[in-house]
Design a protein around this ligand. Structure first.
Ligand SMILES: CC(C)(COP(=O)(O)OP(=O)(O)OC[C@H]1O[C@@H](n2cnc3c(N)ncnc32)[C@H](O)[C@@H]1OP(=O)(O)O)[C@@H](O)C(=O)NCCC(=O)NCCS
Length: 145
């Protein structure tokens, strides 16, 4: 991917007031699917004691990056890793993933995991570049209604 000068972000936990700008970023990045309500996901993560949404803002305070991070008492999980389309290739994704790793490390979690949709496998090499490895597993899921 073409590289541009790095854009250094200020990374902080999202506040309730960040919901619209954050979910707009997720939509712009193609991360919203019909079966997930991004507002519900955002609010649920902010309400939890073991989860957060981290946002990266530029000098103007605009949200350019995000990651949802949490742990289940065993593993750490990353979701909604996003860099604003206009600002991709400037280190935002790397900074957001590192911030999530730090968030987990601070809570004693030693392993981070994430899921990549089979429609988005081109992003796998980004994570491998950041030190993640493909873990051969079969993931099963069940809607709990
Ligand atoms: C994936 C995404 C977050 C990457 O963000 P980004 O800000 O463009 O990436 P960065 O600029 O931080 O790249 C970090 C490093 O990864 C490399 N990289 C980026 N995309 C890559 C790719 N697809 N394959 C291999 N390497 C990649 C960069 O060259 C860079 O390397 P360097 O730091 O050694 O120079 C961004 O493309 C995005 O938001 N995509 C849409 C949403 C998405 O698919 N999210 C993941 C859901 S699982």
């Amino acid at each position: 991917m073409p590289r541009r000068a790095a854009l250094t972000l200020t990374i902080r936990p999202a506040l309730p007031a960040d919901e619209a700008n954050t979910t707009d970023l997720w939509k712009a990045c193609g991360l919203v699917v019909s079966y997930n309500d991004p507002g519900v996901d955002f609010r649920f993560a902010l309400a939890g004691e073991t989860s957060a949404v981290l946002v990266g803002t530029d000098a103007a305070g605009e949200i350019n990056g995000s990651v949802m991070v949490g742990h289940d008492g065993h593993r750490g999980w990353l979701y909604y890793v996003a860099a604003a389309p206009r600002a991709q290739g400037q280190g935002i994704g790397r900074q957001m993933v590192q911030a999530a790793e730090d968030w987990l490390r601070d809570r004693g979690v030693w392993k981070a995991q994430l899921l990549v949709r089979d429609t988005n496998t081109q992003v796998v090499s980004f994570y491998e570049h950041l030190g993640f490895e493909i873990s051969p597993r079969v993931v099963l899921s069940k809607k709990l209604g």
